[in-house]
Design a protein around this ligand. Sequence first.
Ligand code: FES
Length: 287
Amino acid sequence: MKDSAQTLVRDTAANVYQPYPASILEVKEETGDIKTFTLKFKDKEIQEGFTFRPGQFVLASLFNCGEAAFSICSSPTFSDYLQLSIKKVGLLTGEIHRYAEGDEIGLRGPYGNGFPLELLYGSNVLFVGGGIGLAPLRSLIQYLLSKRSEFGQITIFHGARTPGDIVFEKDLATWDKQEDVNVETTVYRSTPEWKGNVGPLTSLWEKATISPSNTKAIICGHPAIISYVFFDLLKMGFAEENIISTLERNMKCGVGKCGHCSIGSKLTCIHGPVFTYREMKELSSVS
Ligand code: FES
């Protein structure tokens, strides 16, 4: 997939850091501290040229609050808009959470490498998303489902702290209704109303038949949790290059200039954020 928007945005800007105004079309409250924003560039030409790979990210900004990187959580097949799920963690995200339909924020991008779609064709795909780590996976899940016949079995595991922290609940329910998609959710801390799985993400292995020889695993979540997922997948027999993850790193420029996102010899904004386990092993902070 050619990143024409990346070319468009960068080529037309004298300043690579220039954000473009985008209108908020809709705000959906996912949990107490996560909202999903549906956005559309105000400039019709930019919106029409904005294409990306699942797994890429944008820099979102507000005047006087700075900017931060967010994975695009919608599929590129929905070309009229893009969606960002934003967790309230500081000044910028707290302010964006106060924004409503009709308000504007700045966007630039898309940046990063995105998921290796070419490796996934014809394979089974196992998604493992912890917390808001399901956001970048959602973009890829939607993309794969839009081209369903080109991929094998799709299994989606989602883990949340409590039932109230489950994101994309409606999507999870919709995906689960598809005959050829297996969705399992677990929570670490239950409530009296919760009738589902309780335990860590790794407690879900027994819920699905996973064949390591023809499955690609796509993982995203807190490092402390996904390290157990990596461990189990390797123990099951997954090849290191078939375990793929998108890493969270503090981005600044997004375009390979500041070095803020470096891991070992790599820049997450250019060489990542998507890496195979084999690549991650070679990065000093992960190995
Ligand atoms: S964020 Fe500046 S080099 Fe990656």
